[in-house]
Design a protein. Structure first.
Length: 269
């Protein structure tokens, strides 16, 4: 990213054997913090975030030299990896609310629907995907926007980071703002992207990503006693509902989720 004029932390020192690295400090001004305090500047902050995303997506390298001078090929964000991540919903969240007797059957059906949705993705895996491109990982530094937490980047679908930013569970935004951000991304693409295909992949990846997030937050609470993440789950459900609302491709998954996770459960923190 630094090679491509994107502001990302420089690594000053490292000692992997002792499990530490020393990296550049960008301060405290995350976009999340700025959005909370920004009032009417919200859309401008999001537009700058989309500008940064567009710049990241123009990076062509798929092989790089790491800081030790060794060759590193950036892995592909394949469907089987997306599936394993979404499966965290079944593995950690579903078991909290479904009886042991019914759980295997329900999980098989949910996972079948996830695989169906993944099979309907249309865009190629050819774009650098930050993979955690959300407002807590974007920072204002030296009057620019910088990105941190880039270590999990892969080559994948351009709609993934877009969904990560717009349907971010950490910061609530209304449908109008979400649409404005999405349309700004389309404007930047200058008709180079098929709008129907992009929307298809955006909605699928948003739903699958937020199912993964629900699973991760349930795991953090159950395994690591980090219960603060549970308060974000109701909004993750709202984002899933928003994207499934008017798209028939989600009919199978929507039916399963509606029948097994009613509103009462979805609102639990």
């Amino acid at each position: 990213m630094i090679e491509n004029q994107i502001l990302a932390p420089k690594i000053y020192k490292e000692n992997y054997k002792q499990n530490f690295i020393e990296i550049e400090d960008f301060g405290d001004d995350t976009v999340f913090k700025l959005l909370r305090n920004g009032g009417s500047n919200k859309i401008n902050l999001y537009k700058k975030s989309i500008d940064l995303l567009s710049k990241i997506q123009k990076i062509k390298q798929k092989k790089i030299k790491n800081f030790k001078g060794k060759n590193y090929k950036i892995p592909i964000y394949e469907n089987n990896k997306l599936f394993k991540e979404a499966k965290l919903f079944s593995d950690w969240y579903a078991k909290k609310y479904i009886s042991k007797k019914r759980l295997p059957t329900i999980n098989i059906e949910i996972n079948k629907q996830i695989k169906f949705l993944l099979s309907n993705l249309k865009l190629k895996n050819e774009t650098l995907v930050h993979r955690d491109f959300h407002v807590s990982n974007l920072m204002r530094y030296k009057k620019q926007l910088a990105t941190i937490d880039t270590q999990d980047a892969l080559i994948g679908n351009r709609a993934y980071d877009l969904a990560s930013l717009i349907d971010d569970v950490r910061f609530k935004s209304n449908k109008k703002l979400k649409d404005n951000i999405y349309n700004y991304y389309l404007k930047l693409s200058k008709n180079k992207i098929n709008k129907v295909i992009l929307l298809n992949d955006f909605e699928i990846l948003s739903v699958i990503r937020n199912m993964k997030i629900i699973g991760i937050f349930a795991r953090l609470a159950a395994r690591d006693k980090k219960v603060k993440y549970l308060k974000l789950i109701p909004y993750a459900w709202k984002l899933i509902e928003l994207r499934m609302e008017n798209n028939q491709i989600f009919n199978g998954l929507k039916g399963l989720l509606d029948n097994n996770f009613p509103k009462k459960i979805r609102n639990l923190k």
